[in-house]
Write a protein that binds this ligand. Structure first.
Ligand code: 5GP
Ligand code: ZN
Length: 114
């Protein structure tokens, strides 16, 4: 599916470079970067390079691009303990309405966080 972006979406702006971010990996379909409010050092976000508010609205090709990137991030950081998190809807704690996957490292001293 063709990429589409919307105005007033902070993550669309990040994809397009209008808002600075600490880039990790980029493919034609996804962009990953460090979370500005990390729950642990290295907390990363992976987003599709097309706007969709919730995961079930996202075209499969974008979705399929994400997990290999999550794997690369986990391996590059040498993570053995981590969570993959993806929130949809306000009640489920989604704060930014552009699909994103969290890769949240769990260092030994982070019990109780996140
Ligand atoms: P949610 O609660 O929607 O699953 O997570 C949104 C995440 O996006 C939060 O962890 C928050 O820290 C992160 N975030 C929000 N705005 C920005 C931003 O402008 N830059 C970066 N790098 N992360 C952001
Ligand atoms: Zn967006």
């Amino acid at each position: 599916a063709a990429a589409s972006f919307v105005e007033n979406c902070i993550f669309c702006k990040i994809v397009k470079g209008g808002i600075p971010s600490y880039k990790l990996l980029e493919t034609t379909l996804s962009y990953s970067f460090l979370d500005i409010g990390p729950l642990a050092k290295g907390h990363a976000l992976i987003i599709p390079k097309s706007h969709a508010e919730k995961m079930h609205e996202l075209a499969d090709e974008y979705l399929a691009d994400v997990m290999p990137i999550a794997k690369k991030i986990a391996k590059a950081q040498g993570l053995e303990n981590y969570n993959i998190l993806q929130n949809n809807g306000t009640i489920a704690h989604q704060q930014v309405n552009h699909v994103h996957f969290h890769v949240i490292p769990k260092p030994n001293d982070s019990e109780g966080l996140g």
